[in-house]
Design a protein around this ligand. Sequence first.
Ligand code: ADP
Ligand code: MG
Length: 263
Amino acid sequence: MAELALTARGVQMEYRERHTTDRLLAIENVDLDVEEGSFVSLLGPSGCGKSTFLKIVNGLLLATAGEIKVRRAAANGPENAMVFQDAALFPWYSVIDNVAYGLICGGVPRGEARRRAGPYIELVGLKGFAEKYPYQLSGGMQQRANLARALAVDPPILLMDEPFAALDAQTRELMQAELLRIWNAARKTVLFVTHQIDEAVYLSDRVVVMAARPGRIIADVRIGLPRPRKLEVKRTPEFAAYEDRIWGLIQHPRPTSVAATTA
Ligand SMILES: Nc1ncnc2c1ncn2[C@@H]1O[C@H](COP(=O)(O)OP(=O)(O)O)[C@@H](O)[C@H]1O
Ligand SMILES: [Mg+2]
């Protein structure tokens, strides 16, 4: 049994308006275990609380109820690194300085940080672009740089919030395959947010399906497709069967707040 990188129990987030009495229950009673080294996707429609949950895991938000445990290798190890939908690179820094930035924030001297950034730039396929600036890169390349920056701080869990949503369909597919290659090389635990069924099935060991109002987990589907996975796997009947099943779960969520299903 693999160690758990993340344990969430009864996590709830209620947003409160500062100047009125308005409250919004964004997520309710979320229980989730993520095994060390696994790739888990949170899949659900816009507004079901995916980003909220990721921000709670990252410590950017404090849950209004429940408990989150993240297993850190070192007591004062890095926070979880988040890769957002829009590549949030500093426009005034080159690729290598963007990637080194998180390390510098963690107290690593600049020269050493730049030296350590190099292999990550290579890993994400940006060799030769280290001294370029974000505006000189395509959208896909910016997301590669963003990913290198997240990996460089060696976070216990890599949190990715719809990182490919702004890319065109072909670039997105290429980046999905690249992400699996990088995940395999870096051996990171990944918690990946998406609203696209095919993206979740292709990437994941498990697809955790969420529903909205309030945001909650309605199913947990283990994806048994063999790895390594080429993009061609998307054209197989096994892949289509997973997509159909998950699509059905989203169309007809069970009335109970948690209905775990396994393959
Ligand atoms: N800072 C906030 N204050 C108030 N409501 C918020 C805030 N952030 C998100 N929400 C609401 O919480 C719900 C979940 O949002 P979010 O986590 O962004 O969903 P998702 O990422 O799945 O689209 C939505 O109804 C959204 O409007
Ligand atoms: Mg979101």
